[in-house]
Design a protein around this ligand. Structure first.
Ligand code: ADP
Length: 484
């Protein structure tokens, strides 16, 4: 598969797009995938809400233009919204502006019949857009529950469900933990037919589940790693939707996310005290010294890091349970993250207890994250589930060896160095402290063999997890879908 037929037209509809607006991994994907698809020749465009500050900023720089207005029947009235156009890397980005509905908040504190309206309007607008801009997609690509309503509207909406359509829909699941669950009343408010509220529709234990309905109604569903696509068919990972997902198996695909190799590049990283590449790792040694000094480490053993949200999903409990043992074995440990208060507190307490052996940084610090990726020897990822995971890809790019649980995207991207000559990481199966500890011990044994460690580091740095690779897989899927 080389490049796209120039006529392949895709509209991505999303609530985030890095770097303009980002809350999590979805934002990274929507920021990178369209760029990579365009490079392959696709005519790709995006539709997002016009968040207040974003629109004001673009307006003040005079780089948006109004394309006109659209009208949607929603919540027993007609909403008028303006569509603006802005170009990002030469890709048209359409921004939907509706003063009453869009602010700077991407997601509400609580989802209900009022707070769903901005999402409903965005989803409807994607179907109205072709009338305004004299361009029609062959494919609409939705992301997670906030845009899962698009395939639902096309199947069960009073108006949109009746229109002839000559395009397909694809829904990507970035994280099954968020499903968009609402009271039943929302159906009438959005204009969905009663028939939608069934076991083969949006109904979910007496409520409406947007992600469920989207999974059923979309032509194709993807997850952000192959392994996650089958994990979510099991009760342990399915978050109540495993049966539904299993029933949709023939149209389910897993495509691994890529990493932005321009932004994450140790040979060209504005945050690092020294640059390096796989041809010359001396800069990494310098970064290691700077990090070690900053953290006040006294051990001469390997530096193991943890960077991520301090939430259950990331296995923080498991990490906390092994910190003392790891320090005892000679590891220096650095943790960067923010999240649940009880995790933050427990880590800070451990840092007092393990002075000069554990350095804890609570908050979001971009520069420090880069220094940690560059200056550490290992990255610990004891995740309970991981749809794809970005941190392990960044670590490998920076010559830092992942020590991770073999789950989701971690299992898809890491090859164990003890189990395979080509390996460049260390994996364990069960999310329990003892297994993490044993896995870290295996990594430490390899670290002590300097030559072996060097080749493990180089293999990780040479692995290809670029967006180009992922975009080709999406393109192939698009083409398959259109020809089917
Ligand atoms: P998730 O999307 O589940 O949070 P990922 O591994 O996919 O996890 O992506 C996390 C991204 O956020 C990585 O780029 C990581 O470096 C970054 N990150 C997480 N926590 C912090 C933090 N406290 N400071 C700086 N960067 C962080």
């Amino acid at each position: 598969m080389g490049s796209a037929d120039v006529s392949l037209r895709v509209l991505h509809v999303a609530t985030e797009m890095a770097p303009l607006v980002k809350v999590g991994g979805l934002g990274d994907v929507v920021g990178s995938l369209p760029k990579a698809l365009k490079k392959l020749g696709a005519d790709v465009r995006l539709l997002l809400p016009a968040y207040r500050n974003l629109l004001e900023d673009l307006r003040s720089r005079r780089c948006v233009r109004s394309l006109g207005k659209i009208h949607e029947a929603l919540d027993w009235r007609v909403y008028e919204a303006t569509v603006y156009e802005f170009k990002v890397n030469d890709i048209p980005l359409y921004l939907l502006d509706q003063e009453e509905l869009y602010s700077d908040d991407v997601y509400p504190q609580e989802l209900n019949c009022a707070s769903i309206l901005p999402f409903a309007l965005l989803n409807m607008a994607s179907l109205e857009l072709p009338r305004l801009i004299d361009w029609a997609p062959q494919l609409i690509h939705a992301h997670d529950w906030p845009t899962a309503l698009i395939p639902i509207l096309l199947r069960w909406h009073r108006h949109y469900g009746r229109l002839p359509r000559n395009y397909k829909t694809i829904l990507t699941i970035h994280n099954l933990a968020h499903q968009g669950i609402l009271p039943r009343e929302v159906l009438a408010l959005i204009g969905l037919v009663d028939e939608a509220f069934s076991i083969d529709g949006v109904e979910f234990y007496g409520s409406v589940n947007l992600l469920k309905g989207g999974i059923i109604a979309a032509d194709v569903v993807t997850t952000v790693s192959p392994r996650y696509s089958w994990e979510i068919q099991t009760p342990s990972f399915g978050m109540g939707l495993n049966g539904v997902i299993q029933s949709q198996k023939p149209k389910l695909y897993g495509i691994l996310n890529g990493l932005d190799y321009e932004y994450w590049d140790p040979s060209n990283d504005q945050f690092l005290p020294a640059l390096y590449s796989k041809d010359d790792l001396s800069g990494k040694e310098k970064c290691r010294r700077v990090l070690s000094k900053r953290c006040g480490f006294e051990n001469t053993g390997p530096i193991a890091a943890f960077i991520g949200r301090l939430v259950e999903q990331k296995g923080v409990n498991i990490l906390l349970a092994v910190l003392d043992e790891l320090a005892k074995r000679g590891f220096s440990l650095v943790v960067l993250g923010s999240g649940h208060e009880h995790f933050e507190k427990a880590l800070e307490e451990a840092a007092v207890r393990l002075k000069n052996r554990l350095s804890v940084h609570i908050g979001h610090f971009e520069e420090l994250a880069h220094l940690i990726y560059a200056g550490s020897d290992m990255l610990l990822m004891p995740s309970l589930f991981e749809p794809c995971g970005l941190s392990q890809l960044i670590a490998m790019r920076y010559g830092t060896v992942p020590v991770a649980r073999a789950v989701g995207g971690l299992a898809d991207t890491i090859i164990d160095a003890d189990g395979n000559q080509e390996g460049y990481g260390f994996l364990f199966s069960n999310p329990i402290p003892d297994e993490l500890l044993k896995c870290a011990e295996r990594a430490m044994a390899a670290w002590k063999e300097k030559e072996r460690w060097h080749s493990i580091v180089l293999r990780g740095m040479s692995a290809d997890f670029s967006w180009d690779r992922s975009a080709r897989a999406y393109l192939e899927l698009y083409q398959q879908l259109l020809s089917g």
